[in-house]
Design a protein around this ligand. Structure first.
Ligand code: AKG
Length: 246
């Protein structure tokens, strides 16, 4: 999977289809930032096999007590040596265009990860803190904990951080309300990850909301229907045994 990263970020897409978001391009953007592609599954068959895996859908549904799971979006993240931060945020804050506004995320590092490599960090118990609107700079802020600190101060919350330190191919699941982010990669190694963001299989487009990432993803809304079309938001698993033939 790691061999796919340079190809994807240079625009060499196996299926000939460009991903929905491609935030870093070889030669155009600074070397020392975290590189991100969203919905690489449309561009690459191996990424599709991974992020559309039935087991990811099943675990997300079981953790959230849903009847099934659907892939809302994937991320391919590449934090090179010296790669900068990603701001603390709550994933579900970006999907107000989905009803219900919720999420469960499966994060899969492709390198051994530790605090010095700028691994993913969670605030323990923060999935119980409710949802705040997304704020501030997401990529490479100088103080990647600024939004979290502001929220915690205002709401009298105690911050206790858990670093995800697992071997390559490990996995972490987080609730859409969990505050999380990541620091600078101070090691000499790459820190790469593939992420599947899931919503309930019966989720729909919110009829009117256009916050968060709606500008990019609401273009997949059909006329006169709030249904999420499986070609763009595949169903990974349901209790009844249904799954989109991806
Ligand atoms: O890998 C990271 O640093 C951030 C990942 C993230 O924000 C997510 O999986 O929701």
């Amino acid at each position: 999977m790691n061999e796919k990263f340079p190809k994807l970020f240079s625009g060499d897409f196996e299926t000939g289809i460009e991903p929905d978001e491609w935030n870093w391009r070889q030669g155009r953007d600074p070397e020392n930032v975290t590189r991100q592609i969203c919905n690489a599954w449309k561009s690459d068959k191996s990424i599709k096999e991974l992020v559309c895996h039935e087991v990811i859908g099943k675990v997300c549904a079981q953790l959230m007590n849903w009847n099934g799971s659907r892939l809302l979006q994937d991320n391919v993240l590449w934090k090179p040596p010296g790669g900068k931060t990603l701001s603390y945020h709550q994933d579900a804050a970006y999907d107000d265009w989905i009803s219900p506004q919720t999420m469960m995320t499966c994060w899969i590092p492709l390198d051994d990860v530790s605090q010095e490599k700028g691994t993913l960090e969670y605030v323990k118990g923060s999935h119980l803190w409710g949802l705040a609107p997304p704020r501030g700079q997401f990529h490479s802020p100088d103080d990647y904990k600024k939004e979290l600190t502001n929220f915690a101060k205002k709401n009298d919350k105690k911050i206790e951080i858990q670093y995800v330190e697992v071997p390559a191919g490990g996995v972490a699941f987080h609730h859409g309300y969990t505050w999380h982010g990541s620091g600078i990669n101070t090691s000499r190694d790459n820190r790469r990850a593939v992420v599947a963001h899931c919503v309930p299989s019966d989720a729909e487009f919110h009829p009117t909301n256009v916050g968060g990432t709606a500008r990019i993803y609401k273009k997949y809304k059909k006329l006169n229907s709030n249904e999420l079309e499986e070609s763009f938001f595949p169903i990974l698993w349901t209790k009844k045994g249904y799954r989109t033939n991806v």
